[in-house]
Design a protein around this ligand. Structure first.
Ligand SMILES: [Zn+2]
Length: 282
């Protein structure tokens, strides 16, 4: 998809990233992917053997570039999390495919990058408490399903109550908002809940899905945030983590609009991250 290269170009033009801050991921190793996803599923997807019903549920055709991108995107989230653990903050230009379950994909999501990343880092012993903070407008059902029996991963989702998926898998914390929720009401919820959550959980890493589909102009979102609201949200989240010395890795999550405004929205979290990195001398 063009949005990834456009996002990269925009960030360079705005000087929100420099050449030396850019890292190139590799595909997720199969053994790491299989910590979450069953072999029969990833093999069927990668060789275009999914049934029609399974493909329809994903909503994307299994072309060769898509298969490649899908494996690399998960590798990118893992790399971003490792960089965040080293440096305090890191941001991925893709990722956030939170509707993917261990044995099936859904809602444009094939592999669950944040779930795979969390599981790899737990298995390696790099961390033992992770918060997956999902502020995409859709509920993080796949991620919740992956960790419903693992107390080491706390899943939190703030989303539009009436939006996809119809049947939500309960996260550890779900905050369901009414259609049309605006900047002020949304930011109040985040400012009210996030600091306490961080203080209680004391996560060693936050994986932050900064989906931009809560935007008022998003085609699939139902909330009423503006660009400024998204910027304030991302600043709030990043600042809440960094002031507590909690490493944070961001993924772009969902967003549905014409390419140009959409890419501008996805760039917001990078702007917030570069500001916060300067503030905290990272
Ligand atoms: Zn979404």
């Amino acid at each position: 998809m063009a949005k990834f290269s456009m996002l990269h170009a925009l960030l360079r033009n705005k000087h929100w990233i420099n050449e030396d801050q850019i890292h190139t991921p590799i595909s997720i190793p199969r053994k790491d992917l299989e910590r979450i996803h069953q072999r029969h599923y990833h093999q069927a997807f990668s060789s275009d053997q999914l049934s029609r019903a399974e493909q329809r549920r994903i909503g994307l055709p299994a072309t060769r570039p898509l298969v490649q991108r899908t494996w690399i995107a998960v590798g990118g989230t893992l790399m971003t999390a490792r960089l965040a653990l080293e440096r305090g903050i890191a941001a991925h230009l893709a990722g956030g495919t939170h509707h993917a379950h261990p044995a099936f994909g859904s809602g444009f999501c094939i592999f669950n990058d944040c779930a795979v990343t969390a599981q790899v880092l737990l298995d390696e012993g790099a961390v033992d408490r992770i918060l997956i903070l999902d502020l995409d407008v859709h509920q993080g059902d796949g991620t919740a399903a992956c960790f419903r029996n693992d107390p080491r991963v706390f899943t939190a989702s703030v989303h539009a109550a009436s939006n996809f998926p119809l049947r939500k898998v309960p996260s550890n914390l779900d905050i369901a908002l009414e259609d049309g929720t605006n900047d002020a009401a949304y930011l109040e919820v985040i400012a009210d809940r996030l600091p306490n959550l961080l203080d209680q959980l004391k996560p060693q890493l936050v994986l932050y899905n900064a989906g931009v589909d809560p935007h008022q102009d998003d085609r699939l979102g139902r909330l009423g945030l503006t660009d400024q609201g998204l910027l304030m949200r991302d600043r709030l989240v990043l600042d809440a983590c960094l002031r507590r010395m909690i490493p944070i890795a961001t993924v772009i999550g969902g967003g549905y609009d014409a390419l140009e405004p959409l890419v501008g929205r996805h760039a917001i979290v990078f702007r917030a991250a570069s500001e916060q990195a300067r503030l905290y001398s990272i």
